[in-house]
Design a protein around this ligand. Structure first.
Ligand code: UD1
Length: 366
């Protein structure tokens, strides 16, 4: 039996862990699973809603670190993780993504000289963002770098990570999407719940610190959103709501008749909204990928993103963060419709990244 410890903490981490947990059911004699939730995301809608939607196994260790500055949050995680790792002595620690929880999990395992693996390894934006350093450190701590796309492999080779640590598995969020769609694991009629017509609305998300923490940037974005005519639905991340209120922009969105503001929503409702949208607007790489898998055009409100491949396939456009650029990008994706529905999605694998990871781990550790 291989004792596999999975350390996660945020919404996108849960999306990346779900297929792994489902796939582990096929290997009952090979793996023993231990789950750790750092507590980075703790609101019901940011955590339990996902655990319920994905039918997660029980969480073995809930570290309850909560919010704080990056240093405090990551430091608390490291402190708590040491005792969990020493008590459990896992054969392998797995961390998904680029969050502070991934950084802490990888670093804690590395310092204790415990084998560890990074899911979604090798992605780089080559610009300053907290996540850039998180994923770089997680990759350099890892014995198993599970890469979602071929470019990630090239990035790791350029950083002199040895080939025997690099594995191209495909993107695990494609597993989540594919399983959810083929098994009807989403709420298809969710647009109706919000008085929206299928194919006639935009789904908006934004939460990145670089997008929402600066008054001027956020004001520009709000200016663009309020000047667009199309119906829009916007599940608002707690960080974003806080900033919009602080910068007196929340009331502008509330006053815009075409914009519907929501609390954060679970995966089933969210996927239902993606699948039926005319357009997705986001600053999240994860949501960009979901839009791509669903073949819904996407406008990325950001200066860079992790997955330029999607733009090369004509399925999305990088809009920047200025009102003019956002309005033009929306117009381009809606009116020019640059052939988004014929894209080749094999760059993200075949939808069984989780199975490939488990096979690699089994072969290496049995
Ligand atoms: C984190 C990740 C980001 C990921 C995002 C997904 C890092 C550095 N960032 O950003 O990469 O895309 O998760 O959502 O790890 N808050 C709540 N309730 C919660 C969680 C957060 O109210 O359950 C509020 C708090 O005010 C908190 C703020 O949101 O201070 C930011 O939360 P935090 O986890 O620090 O970062 P995210 O912005 O969620």
């Amino acid at each position: 039996m291989i004792k596999l410890m999975v350390i996660m903490g945020t919404r996108p981490n849960f999306v990346k862990c779900a297929p792994l947990f489902w796939r582990l059911n096929d290997y009952p004699d090979d793996f023993e699973l231990v789950t750790v939730h750092t507590g980075q995301h703790y609101d019901f809608s940011m955590r339990d809603a996902f655990f319920d939607d994905f039918q997660f196994p029980p969480i073995d260790y809930d570290l309850k670190v909560g919010s704080g500055t990056h240093g405090v949050q990551t430091g608390r995680m490291l402190q708590e993780l040491d005792s969990v790792l020493l008590a459990e002595k896992p054969d392998l620690v797995l961390v998904p993504g680029d969050t502070n929880s991934a950084l802490a999990g990888a670093l804690a395992a590395y310092k204790l000289h415990m084998p560890n693996g990074h899911i979604e390894a090798g992605m780089r934006e080559y610009t300053w963002r907290p996540e850039e350093m998180n994923k770089l450190v997680a990759d350099h701590c890892a014995d198993f770098c599970f890469c979602p796309i071929p470019r990630a492999v090239e990035n790791l080779r350029r950083e002199n990570i040895p080939d025997n640590r690099i594995f191209l598995t495909g993107d695990i969020t494609y597993d989540t999407f594919k399983i959810a769609v083929t098994q009807g694991f989403y709420n298809a009629d969710v647009p109706k719940k919000y008085d929206l017509k299928s194919g006639q609305y935009a789904l908006l998300t934004m939460h990145r610190a670089e997008t929402v923490d600066d008054t001027q940037i956020l004001a520009e974005i709000v200016m663009a959103l309020t000047s667009l005519e199309m119906p829009m639905i916007f599940p608002v991340h707690p960080r974003t709501e806080k900033r919009l209120k602080e910068f007196a922009l929340w009331s502008k969105l509330e006053a815009a008749h075409q914009i519907r503001l929501l609390e954060p929503i679970g995966y089933r409702d969210f996927l239902g909204l993606v699948l039926n949208a005319q357009l997705v607007m986001t600053d999240s790489s994860g949501v960009l990928k979901e839009a791509f898998y669903a073949r819904v055009p996407c406008v990325v409100i950001d200066e860079t993103t992790e997955y330029d491949e999607i733009f090369d396939l004509g399925c999305g456009v990088l809009a920047g963060r200025e009102a003019k650029g956002i309005i033009e990008a929306v117009d381009y994706m809606i009116t020019s419709k640059p052939a988004p529905r014929q894209a080749d999605d094999t760059i993200f694998g075949n939808g069984d990244a989780a199975g490939k990871m488990l096979d690699i781990i089994r072969k290496a550790l049995s």
